[in-house]
Design a protein around this ligand. Structure first.
Ligand code: GDP
Length: 457
């Protein structure tokens, strides 16, 4: 029996203590295995139940009762995995759940690997790869819009969109190969201008998916954001204002935010993984130097940078260095401490980094303007959770691959290269989109996707 044919079991609810917890068992022998451990109060066997039915009773370890339980039976193919499934709900203690799992394993199940229930659902054609990734997106969602967008992916919004693009490309491919391969048949002549129009249309749809990627990430799992500025500019105070409580240490001794402090905040539906960094400052202090190095790295990796300046101070070399570091990044310059007399060169900052937000982190003025700038910059303000959206970097890479191939195809056609060369490029684009939905993904890709899932999912 291969691993995929074995019956798997895992605890599906999070580790820790709770009122109840659920153990999932899936596979051809799921019902038979659970019947060995479970005795219902009415004396009825799980194998006598039809799908979507439940029995109340007890789990036994040999003759010894372990816990009360409700067993819910799903019959193949009408279950999440497409196999017979039993969900055992017991009391949610860590020890008792482990004990119930042990009993089920002793009765013949094997431990499920990470994501194996979803992988089986994929292999049995219940969900496609992007739908499976939608499940992870739902689990990891941190906000209202993100949850709704992830649910749409799970329900196939992205697959429908990519299928639509693919169908139009397949039509072109079929026409080209018929024309090239059967020159003697009466096949409608290829109109290259019409093909270019269709290719442009497909490219613009892929480009629009790519353009929405960052805002999609920002409303679902969140994006990295860095607050940078010289020591004492007010970074920790702004971070505390955004997070709503005193997470960073705020003092007026320069360099107190020694390390990178991370916090997730929800700014009007846009999720930022904010990190308050050590100030960018030339210093002989090795501890602080380490922090600064990490800050530079953090800026490089962040999707958005909040660059904080003390408007009560004249611009220093440190400020100017910081401005250089932020150029060409999505950055919001912040002139903090506008409750004090202004001595900073606003024009220098605005001309280098764009319009600044003027605020006082101390009394909270300008906070809403800062939030608006964040949601505008990340494009989450007008985010449509019902539109198709890419859920992760893997899908984004497939989309980029498809778009590049279509650009090549268009170039080949306009440059008058042979039709079959353009056909090959369109074919590559189709393959990339089929890999995105998993309809033509290699085993390695499938394994990689599901290895990122949690056990029990
Ligand atoms: P950081 O080193 O950039 O993280 O700066 P902090 O947030 O620790 O702030 C340094 C000092 O500036 C603290 O004493 C804060 O209370 C003060 N501060 C922060 N924001 C403001 C502000 O908007 N106005 C005024 N007057 N003081 C502020």
């Amino acid at each position: 029996m291969t691993h995929n044919e074995k019956t798997i079991a895992a605890i599906a609810t999070p580790a820790g203590v709770g009122g109840i917890a659920t153990l999932r068992v899936s596979g051809a022998e799921a019902i038979e295995i659970c019947d060995k451990a479970f005795v219902s109060a009415k004396g009825k066997k799980l194998s006598q139940l039809s799908g979507y039915s439940a029995l109340y009773g007890k789990i036994y370890d040999k003759k010894q009762p372990v816990d009360e339980a409700v067993c819910l039976v799903f019959k193949a193919p009408h279950s999440f995995t497409g196999e017979d499934v039993v969900e055992i709900t017991c009391h949610g203690g860590t020890f008792v759940m482990q004990k119930v799992l042990r009993v089920i394993l002793d009765c013949g199940a094997v431990p499920a690997e990470a994501g194996e229930f979803s992988k089986r659902a994929f292999l049995n054609g219940k969900i496609d790869l992007s739908g499976a990734e939608g499940i992870m997106s739902v689990i990891n969602s941190q906000g209202e819009q993100g949850l709704s967008a992830s649910l749409n992916i799970l329900e196939g919004s992205l697959s429908r969109k990519t299928d639509e693009i693919n169908n139009s490309l397949l039509e072109i491919c079929a026409h080209i190969s018929a024309w090239v391969d059967y020159p003697d048949e009466e096949i409608e002549e290829i109109n290259e201008d019409e093909i270019i129009v269709s290719l442009k249309q497909a490219q613009s749809e892929l480009q629009s998916l790519l353009d929405k990627f960052d805002s999609g990430m920002a409303v679902t799992t969140g994006v990295d954001a860095a607050i940078i500025g010289k020591p004492n500019a007010g970074k920790s105070t702004i971070m505390n204002l955004l997070t709503g409580y005193d997470r960073s240490i705020v003092t007026d001794v320069k360099g107190t935010t020694r390390d990178v402090v991370e916090e997730t905040v929800n700014i009007d539906g846009c999720i930022l993984r904010l990190s308050d960094t050590a100030g960018i400052r030339d210093t002989g202090d090795t501890v602080e130097m380490l922090g600064i190095e990490r800050s530079r790295e953090k800026i490089r990796r962040s999707a958005i940078v909040l660059a904080v300046f003390d408007s009560g101070d004249e611009l220093t070399k440190e400020d100017k260095d910081l401005i250089e570091l932020c150029k060409n990044k999505p950055v919001i310059p912040i002139l903090n401490k506008n409750d004090t007399a202004c001595r900073i060169d606003k024009d220098y900052i605005t001309s280098a980094l764009g319009e600044a937000v003027e605020m006082s982190a101390k009394d909270g003025t300008g906070l809403q303007e800062l939030k608006d700038r964040v949601t505008t910059l990340l494009g989450t303000k007008n985010f449509d959770p019902n539109a198709a959206m890419l859920a992760n970097e893997r899908q984004r890479q497939c989309c980029i691959k498809a778009l590049d191939s279509l650009k090549e195809a268009e170039f080949a056609l306009s440059a008058g290269v042979t039709l079959d060369a353009a056909g090959v490029c369109i074919d590559d684009a189709v393959s990339a989109l089929l890999e995105l939905t998993g309809k033509k993904a290699s085993q390695a890709v499938v394994d990689k996707v599901f290895s990122n899932f949690c056990v029990g999912k």
